[in-house]
Design a protein around this ligand. Sequence first.
Ligand code: ADP
Ligand code: MG
Length: 356
Amino acid sequence: MSSITPEIIKNNLAGVYDPDTGVDVVSSGMISGVVVREGASGAKVGFVITIEARDRDRKAYLREACETQVKKLAGVESVTAVLTAQNSEAIPPKPEAGYSQPRERAVWNVTPVEGVRRVIAVASGKGGVGKSTTAVNLALAMQRTGLRVGLLDADIYGPSLPRMLGLANDKPEIVDNKMVAPVAHGIQCMSMGFITGDEAAVLRGPMISKTLHQLLRFTHWGTADAPLDVLLVDMPPGTGDIHLSLVQQTPLAGAVIVTTPQEVAVMDARKCLKMFLKVEVPILGIIENMSYFIDARGERLALFGQGGGKRLADEAGVPLLGEIPMDAGIGAAVERGDMYAGDAAGAYAQAAQKLT
Ligand SMILES: Nc1ncnc2c1ncn2[C@@H]1O[C@H](COP(=O)(O)OP(=O)(O)O)[C@@H](O)[C@H]1O
Ligand SMILES: [Mg+2]
């Protein structure tokens, strides 16, 4: 009887190293299913080597390296190693019933916005959860990666972007019958606020649709040669007329839903999410804002409960794009008309990356 055991094989394989980490293939958990069978003239050995799918070509040689290593053992007749490539990137769970994403994008038969590649809505159910803050910071994060970005303030009743961007005193110029969007921090911005000032517009149904149309279509965004890569639309709260107008007028690439962790906010975010799905706008993901606060000792405090964004994302089978911390600097920056890039900047950058 041969003295070869799976333990011996594993000890032996520990002499082969993962080139990326310098850790042996056994300790890195790449080896599994070691079997040893008695053959006529020694042990027949088999095992599985698991590598990341993206390393498939680069690390394929490990199969031969492992086989060669085991063959060196006295008493081994043959070695069969199977190389499997797995994708360890988290695959989002299947959506629950009632959340199926539209199969075809932009089913609405609407003309693209001139000079704009993708239009993405930033929406939430509730007001005050940080939609505008999220839209502005996502725009900034995208712009920093070299994309051309625009912001459209579709909160016609309560426009806040001009103030947040320090553009409150700007008035768009008219050139060739179109408005020139004022620019802050390299980002073009158009808002009802430029037209009405701080007074909320008193508009009814058809006028809302017309106003949105003008802001969207009578603005010089990019050009044919240099279009905006992304136009982010900062939505008003709720699921009202402006949402439907936007969906009817714009070939939306999708919507990002902003919520805070607590259940009351999630409930409204869920309604908003379902509204977009109903009109066949894909949901690109969830951003949970005000997820936690880092106290003076550096500990995370969950001020508004925990996990609401993740729950909604799992339920709808869409990615959780980010968990944005509470950041006292954000409010102050908004008051200064400044764009904020403090503690939360990293989380926004990651979310932006997942969207582009
Ligand atoms: N992560 C955050 N940390 C601290 N304050 C925040 C954060 N996100 C938003 N705020 C503040 O909360 C308030 C509401 O945000 P805003 O973006 O205007 O919400 P919405 O557009 O959804 O109504 C603002 O005063 C803003 O400065
Ligand atoms: Mg807002």
